[in-house]
Design a protein around this ligand. Structure first.
Ligand code: CTP
Ligand code: MG
Length: 463
């Protein structure tokens, strides 16, 4: 990203409001590093040598780089464009459209103003570049507003504000957010940790809370010796809290429990919560946990047949009355569920989607599988939910710090891209697009949910 504008246009201010300090490469700042200060013109040549090296090194790693110079030198500007192209990165010019009078006025107010005729020259040059910039081949030429651009503010939700307790908690974009909790760094007091996380999710405006259902912590999330509690027991604890959260699993493998037992647990949870239970259901995939707990792990074809059978069995047990149904001699399941318990089928294979279409209320897929799901469910009223695993920081600095902490040995830029790393404001743009593509509910799973403070960090998403 190359900034273009005369002195006093507000380039450095614009960049500082939007980018991390390390992402901005400034000729003034580098004059201060190798010279006596930002205005030491004798240090210009050394400063620009350094600037070029920094730009090249960052682009070589695919890192966001904002070049904060006047941007008026055609040769330098087009060389940066070529460098970005060579690195396979998008290249953007930001043209500051600050009125010349405002630039002059700001300049006069500075400690070391640029001579008036120098500013005049810069303004003239900027004006002529403005007319040809669109022809240089940038992916985008962004023109700022008249004042040099005030910082866009992220939508803020005051913490502790009253939240909707109605059955439908939807954001202004029309999405429901369910917090998926899969790691349990609860220290010495599991029950308090769980309660605080759930209460924070409720305050933030989440529509629900979902637990992973695994017998051993899965390698995608943590180490095998980290705690992963039995979810239906744990949901019972959460049911005792005063929240409006929908509670359920994402997802319960049909291989763990006979379907009637899952139906019984869900009906009980639904009765205890006044109709806030849901059941995520899948075919199971991780052989190791089955072996470790002495459970059969049949081939996929059988597990999928079991999945289909499980849904019809559960539905039969939840249905009113007691009669023979769904292959059962009687369907005697009391307490009755307090509402129609939604079944969300997890997975995106062809057969899974067919089963979902025939029997489920919703499917759950990864965002990358959204189009498959849409195609398979076209014309049905099965809702589409996604499991989203983003990196979300409070601001750009915090986001990047989290990428660095979480990325393991993955390249930072690759991890950031894969986890859609960004601020809440940036995530909202992405969620708006998901809503437009027919997503009903986002199950949000963040890798660094350490406690209630992290839930509050996500609150701006749930506005
Ligand atoms: N400024 C402002 N309001 C803005 C943008 C800038 O009041 N929206 C003020 C800044 O506080 C600063 C002056 O205008 O005192 C110049 O802004 P700066 O960002 O430093 O301008 P640059 O374009 O970076 O100027 P230079 O080329 O001299 O570095
Ligand atoms: Mg500046």
């Amino acid at each position: 990203m190359v900034l273009v504008g005369p002195s006093g246009a507000g380039k450095s201010t614009w960049a500082a409001a939007r980018y991390r300090a390390d992402e901005v490469v400034s000729s003034d700042a580098l004059r201060g590093v190798v010279g006596s200060g930002p205005h030491d013109l004798d240090a210009s040549s050394d400063a620009f040598d350094l600037l070029e090296r920094i730009v090249a090194a960052r682009l070589g790693r695919g890192l966001t780089t904002v070049v904060d110079t006047l941007g008026l030198d055609d040769a330098r500007r087009t060389a940066w464009l070529a460098l970005a192209r060579a690195a396979g990165l998008p290249a953007v010019v930001v043209l500051l459209t600050t009125p010349p009078e405002l630039c002059r006025e700001r300049n006069r107010g500075r400690d070391r103003p640029v001579p008036a005729q120098v500013i005049t020259g810069q303004i003239r040059k900027a004006g002529s570049i403005a007319t040809t910039l669109d022809l240089e081949g940038w992916d985008e030429v962004h023109r700022t507003d008249e004042t040099g651009g005030a910082a866009e503010s992220a939508p803020e939700r005051p913490l502790g504000s009253t939240t909707s307790t109605t059955a439908e908690r939807r954001t202004s974009q029309g999405l429901r957010f369910v917090l998926q909790v899969g790691r349990f760094p609860w220290g010495e007091d599991p029950a308090t940790w769980l309660a605080e996380v759930a209460l924070a999710a409720d305050r933030a405006g989440f529509a629900g809370l979902a637990l992973l259902d695994h017998l051993i912590q899965i390698p995608q999330v943590g180490r095998a010796w980290e705690p992963i509690p039995e979810p239906w027991v744990t949901l019972g604890l959460l049911a005792g809290l005063d929240t409006g959260l929908e509670l359920g699993t994402l997802v319960t493998p049909v291989t763990f429990r006979p379907p009637g037992i899952t139906a019984k647990a869900a009906a009980t949870l639904d009765a205890l919560t006044g109709g806030r239970a849901f059941v995520g259901l899948g075919a199971g995939w991780w052989e190791r946990e089955h072996a470790a707990y002495g459970l059969p792990f049949p081939p996929a074809r059988e597990r999928l047949a079991d999945l289909e059978h499980a849904i019809t069995t559960m539905r039969a047990l939840w249905a009113p009355g007691t009669k023979s149904a769904g292959g059962l001699p009687e369907t005697t399941c009391y307490p009755r569920p307090a509402h129609e318990i939604p079944v969300i089928v997890g997975g995106s294979g062809d057969r899974t989607l067919r089963i979902a279409r025939a029997h489920a209320d919703a499917v759950n897929v990864r965002t990358s599988e959204l189009e498959r799901a849409r195609a398979a469910l076209e014309g049905s009223d099965v809702r589409i939910t996604v499991l989203d695993l983003p990196t979300i920081g409070r601001d750009r600095d915090d986001t990047w710090a989290r990428v660095e902490r979480l990325r393991g040995s993955t390249k930072a830029t690759a991890y950031a891209e894969r986890t859609y790393a960004g601020t809440p404001a940036e995530q909202r743009v992405r969620y708006g697009a998901l809503a437009d593509r027919g997503v009903d509910t986002v199950f949000l799973a963040v890798g660094d949910l350490d406690g209630p403070d992290d839930v509050e960090r996500l609150a701006p998403l749930v506005v």
